[in-house]
Every structure is written in C-alpha cells, then in structure tokens.
Design a protein around this ligand. Structure first.
Ligand SMILES: O=C(CO)[C@H](O)[C@H](O)COP(=O)(O)O
Length: 227
C-alpha cells in the first residue's frame, strides 16, 4: 500500500491549519515532521509543541523523524505529542534494538532510518522490532538537496532482503522525492514517500495541484510526468 506524507517543515508553518485542510482535501495520506538537534545534523527545527499542535488539527498518521543523537532519551517526550510513528537513526544510538523496542512498547510504530552511506546489514538483528525502514536518499538535515542515485539499488537490495525473509515491512524514501525519482523508487520497492519541496511543496503550484500530481504518479502515472 503506497502512502504519501507531507514533510511539514517544508511548508509555511504560519498557515499550518489552512494547509492541512487543503492537503487533506487533495488526498494526502499523512504527515512527516523532522526534528533536528543541531548535533546529529547541522540544523534545527521546531520541537514537541509543534507536533502537538499538528495533532490537534488532524487525525491522519503523523510520523516524527528524529534526526537527533541518543534518541533513547526522548521516547516518552514524543509519545506524549500524539505521534503515531517514531523514526530514529541507526547511526544515532548505540542501542538500536532496545530503542526500537522501547518505541513499540510506548504504543508507536518504530521506524529506523539509514543515512546514504550506512549499510543495510545494521538491520540484520533488529527486523523483529521494526515497523518500517527509511532509506535516506539525501544526507539528512536540509530540504532541496540532490537525490543520490546509488539509493535506487539500496532500496532494491532491501526489498529483496525483506522478501527473502518473508517480511512485509514497508520501505520509506525521504529526500528529493519528485517526478523524476518517485517512480524509480516505487519500482525499486518503496511504499512510503515523503513529499517535500520536490513534490508536495514544489514551488509555483498549489498544494492541491502538487498532491494530485504526486498521487497520480504513485498510482502508476506516466514515468515522465512533470510536477
Ligand atoms: O528529511 C529531509 C531533509 O533532511 C526532508 O524531509 C526531505 O529532504 C524532503 O524535502 P525535499 O523534497 O526538499 O528533499
């Protein structure tokens, strides 16, 4: 099942409620909120209060992507925001298995994100505590970066591994997911797509136009379609 989420940090946060209304009328499936700590990535974003505000406005799934060091210290803090899914980075903790298990025990879906240079074998012993895997197709920290082409084969390799193990864990892709890259990621096996400035918030079009075109691509629209 394919899902398109809006990367809210790419939007105009002053218009959050109005934008969410438009995104949902246009058919968005959920929301992706990046939390950055200035250490794991050289950037900052808003924190838990912004997620709580979003939760008050929508009943759609909210995924919180923690780009923070030692995420194990923050599970309860983010559980209290009403987030449905919590993503941590494999590179950010020395206790990946325990932290993912802690997220699930807190009642959220547990996601593990891999930076572009991180090999897939870090997942070998944690699949039983993973609800979805995020393949970063850019180095995390900033919107508007170029897609790293080697990530297509990484997605395909992960898809093969999951298939061989009989696992139905969705693969999410994050970073420059748009008209050129989304169809190829889907062909490689991705199912969850994060829409930032390359699709949902593509400049020059309305949110409605962008979501409609991106959902069209996800539903098998022409590979050469332009957003
Ligand atoms: O995680 C991110 C950056 O770290 C963003 O969610 C992602 O890059 C989406 O934005 P864009 O479409 O502009 O790449």
């Amino acid at each position: 099942m394919n899902e398109l989420s809006a990367s809210l940090m790419c939007g105009n946060l002053a218009n959050l409620a109005r934008d969410i209304t438009e995104l949902e009328r246009a058919g968005i499936d959920g929301y992706h909120i990046d939390i950055m700590d200035g250490k794991f990535v050289p950037n900052f974003t808003l924190g838990p209060d912004f997620i709580k505000r979003t939760r008050e406005i929508t009943t759609k799934p909210i995924e919180v992507h923690l780009m923070v060091e030692q995420p194990e210290h923050f599970i309860n803090l983010f559980r209290q925001t009403g987030a449905d899914r919590l993503t941590i980075h494999a590179e950010a903790t020395t206790n990946l298995q325990g932290t993912l298990a802690q997220i699930q025990a807190a009642g959220m879906q547990a996601g593990v994100a891999l930076n572009p240079a991180t090999p897939l074998n870090v997942l070998d012993y944690v699949y039983d505590v993973v609800d979805y895997v995020v393949i970063m197709t850019v180095n995390p920290g900033f919107a508007g970066q170029a897609f790293i082409p080697a990530m297509y084969s990484k997605i395909a390799q992960l898809n093969t591994i999951l298939h061989e193990r009989g696992l139905t864990i969705p693969i999410e892709v994050d970073g420059n997911i748009g008209a050129d890259t989304l169809p190829k990621c889907k062909l490689a096996g991705a199912q969850y797509f994060v829409g930032g400035t390359s699709s949902v918030y593509h400049p020059g079009k309305t949110l409605t136009e962008n979501v409609t075109m991106t959902q069209h691509l996800l539903n098998g629209g022409y590979l050469d379609a332009k957003i």
